[in-house]
Design a protein around this ligand. Structure first.
Ligand SMILES: [Zn+2]
Length: 398
């Protein structure tokens, strides 16, 4: 397979550099001018590659080429937005790989059986509307009755009708294949160029509140204090020890901590944290929280309460797609490893409506969402080859 690697690289750099900051990274948040600049360029490039392109009401870019035998859609792509001061590969690489596939079929005069759609999604990285907003809107997964939605949409000049107009007939999707950087260090550490994704972890978040007793920090002796922060800190340390020893998949983070009254001369009477747990198996998450509650019960300087605030189910990639990618790797003698994704992706939203598959390439030192995010061009080329061959193989199934 002969790829135009110069064009692939140039387009990743050109599109990926929109929104460059003085801190060396890229800020191209969903719905911003930078985002729409990238979306317009992506549209122009997809048209150049021979696709019919439109930007839907919520800002997703969709390039389509009709199939000769089936209206069912083989979809590929990724998101065009970034986090604040992120890297050039996250999202952008998968979208540009889809673009390059469009060029590939055009230049090699390949007429696909199925309709192909190359998509650049808006607002995957979250923010006020929540993560994977563009793909969720497209899949009809936004709860249109949710309180406050109309006001939030208004800030982006969007209406409920705009979301409805962006939702497609998901029965027509044959599959979605997303090519993305790993964002972890498994492939990099093991020197393996390709990851076949088995699934994407579920995410559960709890708000944990520790109630102690506020008092004067100078006159209250150490013995008998009910310091809510110290109690919460003990819980965090012991939970971290426990979570670290469950298995190779479970991760847990105390990412938000607030203490009250948050003054240097007052013993904290109340402390709150948000604990996030991620795993493929919800039972493991549920068992872990029970264990953490038991640890909390053993700390007597504060009373703890737990409130579940988010619970997103894990998703499995499609078994048939996994075996096709597996075979393509074997046939091409490319080393691979089957891994789960610890990060959320647009594929997560689409999996609720259609079969999905994901192909990962290594992130140098496991870094992403920062200016030093890097993936070797050789690995990107290998990943594209696996992606293209997978798409072509799926297209044979009619
Ligand atoms: Zn991403």
């Amino acid at each position: 397979m002969k790829l135009n690697t110069d064009r692939l690289k140039n387009n990743i750099l050109k599109l990926g550099s929109i929104g460059r900051t003085m801190y060396g990274g890229i800020t191209r948040l969903g719905f911003t001018d930078e985002y729409y600049k990238a979306a317009d360029l992506f549209k122009e490039l997809l048209e150049d590659a021979g696709l019919e392109v439109h930007i839907d009401k919520v800002g997703n870019v969709i390039g389509r080429k009709k199939g000769k035998k089936s209206e069912k859609i083989i979809m590929t792509g990724s998101h065009l937005d970034t986090v604040v001061n992120g890297g050039i590969f996250d999202g952008n690489m998968g979208a540009v790989a889809g673009l390059e596939f469009a060029y590939y079929i055009k230049e090699n005069n390949i007429k696909l059986n199925h309709t192909i759609e190359i998509v650049g999604f808006n607002a995957e990285e979250g923010g006020e509307m929540g993560g994977t907003f563009g793909s969720r809107a497209m899949m009809g997964l936004i709860d249109l009755d949710k309180k406050g939605l109309v006001e939030k949409l208004g800030k982006y000049n969007l209406s409920i009708d705009d979301i409805k107009n962006s939702t497609i007939d998901t029965d027509r999707i044959k599959c979605f294949i997303e090519f993305h950087i790993e964002q972890g260090n498994i492939l990099y550490e093991n020197n393996i160029p390709i990851g076949i994704v088995s699934g994407i972890v579920g995410i559960t978040r709890y708000k944990i509140t520790a109630l102690g007793e506020s008092n004067h920090a100078g006159t209250t002796m150490m013995k008998g204090r009910k310091d809510a922060f110290q109690a919460l800190a003990k819980l965090a340390v012991q939970s971290d020890d426990y979570i670290s020893n469950v298995d190779d998949i479970l991760v847990g983070t105390f990412g938000v901590v607030n203490i009250y009254p948050n003054m240097a001369n007052v013993i904290p009477g109340k402390a709150e944290a948000i604990l996030e747990l991620r795993h493929m198996d919800q039972n493991v998450i549920d068992d872990t929280i029970e264990r953490i509650k038991a640890i909390a019960d053993s700390i007597d300087s504060a009373k703890f309460t737990f409130e579940k605030i988010i619970s997103k189910k894990s998703c499995q990639c499609d078994k048939d797609i996994i075996s096709i990618i597996d075979k393509v790797c074997k046939d091409n003698n490319i080393k691979y490893k089957t891994i789960h994704s610890g990060a959320g992706h647009d594929a997560n939203a689409i999996a609720k409506k259609a079969p999905v598959g994901m192909i990962f390439v290594p992130s140098e030192k496991g870094k992403s969402h920062c200016p030093s995010e890097w993936t070797d061009w050789d690995d990107i080329e290998k990943g594209c080859e696996i992606l293209f061959k997978t798409l072509l193989k799926i297209d044979e199934q009619i």
